[in-house]
Design a protein around this ligand. Structure first.
Ligand SMILES: [Zn+2]
Length: 205
């Protein structure tokens, strides 16, 4: 009876339209300075647009990085190791896409290899690829998980992120100590309660 409805197309996460020139981006910051009631031409602010856009180069460097490049090199000589590989307390800095405010925290990432392992620093770099973009913590958690799944195809993945959001600290609800925790599990971690418990215990330990 019901006709198949075609879902509205979701806009892509990354724009395909050409980026504006750096000067245009700097001009936008000058507009913002004037909008808050400042004089963008005064000495202390004259170079601010240039500095802000340069800082945004850093905040958003992840758009120019690719998880496939980072996870391309894997090793199969595991010596029969078949346990979980946990890298915990990986610090990250990201920006919330709703307010452009920083959110800072730690990622704890575990995977159970299925024959191939990856350099441990690559796990930390993977976090940066997605953290250095405009994000929600929820999507950041998923994107890290999905990239590991796609490139390593492990038997299971556990990803946990704990972060403090400055858009909750310095504006809005003004809650200075609230910590947001997100978790995602795949494969054996999804099926096995004990494995998940072990993950939580190791992260807390
Ligand atoms: Zn926010």
């Amino acid at each position: 009876m019901s006709k198949k409805q075609t879902a509205p197309k979701k806009p892509k996460l990354v724009s395909s339209t050409p980026r504006p020139a750096r000067e245009e981006a700097e001009a936008a910051i000058r507009t913002l300075l004037a909008w808050v009631g400042e004089n963008p031409e005064r000495e202390g602010l004259r170079d601010t647009p240039r500095r802000v856009i340069k800082a945004f180069d850093e905040y958003c460097a992840g758009y120019n990085m690719n998880a496939g490049d980072i996870l391309a090199k894997t090793f199969s000589e595991t010596g029969g190791y078949d346990g979980a590989v946990l890298v915990k307390h990986i610090e990250f800095e990201s920006r919330c896409e709703h307010h452009l405010a920083p959110f800072l925290g730690k990622a704890h990432i575990s995977y159970i290899p299925s024959g191939k392992i990856v350099g441990l620093s690559k796990i930390a770099r993977l976090v940066d690829i997605y953290a250095r973009r405009l994000q929600t913590q929820e999507r950041l958690t998923s994107e890290i998980t999905n990239a590991l799944q796609k490139h390593l195809k492990p038997k299971g993945i556990a990803v946990m992120l704990e972060a403090e959001h400055f858009c909750m600290k310095v504006r809005g609800v003004h809650k200075d100590h609230a910590v947001t925790v997100t978790t995602r599990f795949t494969g054996e971690y999804q099926k096995d309660d004990d494995l998940r418990e072990e993950f939580f215990a190791q992260v807390r330990g």
